[in-house]
Design a protein around this ligand. Structure first.
Ligand SMILES: CC(C)(COP(=O)(O)OP(=O)(O)OC[C@H]1O[C@@H](n2cnc3c(N)ncnc32)[C@H](O)[C@@H]1OP(=O)(O)O)[C@@H](O)C(=O)NCCC(=O)NCCS
Length: 236
């Protein structure tokens, strides 16, 4: 079920989500509101009656899936992680143990684990904060690991659930959510646009910050204005 909101129908200072909820109420629609395409005019939201989406905390029991996911060809290209189960466990172990403030999540579609994500205050990573210039923003990284679930619009829905229902409510006074896909990662850039992110600065991110002069990836900083798109938590 689609809910279209012309940009001209959004009231001054009204978050897009609130305008969509208003429109849904006007036409008698109820259900969980998801972003479909917020990159253009009208803003398109939807209610998906066929899929149930969730974003739950990752546990050590998920590491075998995570290791399998980061080895999928469509992920390998864009995800710089170590790839054996032992390497994956060593990489994510501190966050799973609560020794690192990064939070790890598993995406579920209709109860099936299909991918994973992380979020973190960018200022907790000083080198990255310098590159992005956004220490107060919260950064997200994500991958749908199950190939059968990629490219069907589910990434947009799952990332919306991550941002709206998990990230924004957990950080006080959060103004921006930030992601920085490789400039060639068209699917990721498109999904962010569909969620209402705006593209900003391009910057070179070292593949391994410990290796001066090593490989760099040219990425595009994309930012979601929380107040404009989602609004304060108390409004929801
Ligand atoms: C990025 C990712 C989460 C997106 O999830 P998804 O379910 O594939 O995304 P959706 O189907 O919701 O949307 C993909 C959009 O990108 C577009 N797209 C995909 N490949 C594209 C390409 N090569 N060129 C241009 N557009 C492309 C699709 O057409 C679609 O846009 P549309 O709905 O306007 O047609 C998923 O592809 C993924 O996990 N990729 C591997 C890991 C990764 O890249 N992570 C991000 C690191 S920053």
């Amino acid at each position: 079920m689609r809910i279209e909101v012309p940009r001209s129908a959004v009231r001054p200072d009204e978050p897009w989500v609130a305008a969509a909820e208003r429109r849904a109420a006007d036409i008698g629609l109820t259900g969980r509101l998801l972003a479909v395409d917020l990159s253009d005019d009208p803003l398109v939201f939807g209610i998906d009656e066929q899929h149930w989406f969730a974003c739950r905390p990752m546990t050590r029991g998920d590491l075998r899936d995570v290791s399998r996911w980061v080895n999928q060809p469509h992920v390998v290209r864009w995800w710089d992680e170590q790839r054996s189960l032992e390497q994956v466990a060593a990489h994510y172990g501190p966050a799973l143990a609560g020794d690192d403030p990064t939070r790890l999540w598993v995406f579920e579609a209709n109860g099936r684990s299909v991918g994973f994500a992380q979020d973190y205050r960018i200022g907790d990573h000083p080198d990255y904060a310098l590159l992005t210039g956004k220490p107060d923003a919260v950064g997200i990284d994500y991958a749908i690991g199950e190939p059968a679930f990629v490219g069907h619009g589910l990434g947009t829905s799952l990332l919306w659930v991550l941002v709206r229902e998990v990230v924004v409510p957990s950080y006080d006074d959060l103004r921006e959510v930030h992601a920085a896909p490789d400039h060639r990662n068209a699917a990721s850039l498109r999904v962010l646009a569909k969620l209402g992110f705006q593209q900003g600065t391009w910057f070179d991110e070292p593949h391994d910050p410990e290796e001066p002069g090593g490989r760099v990836d040219t990425v595009i900083g994309c930012t979601l204005d929380v107040a404009e798109v989602i609004g304060p938590v108390t409004d929801r």
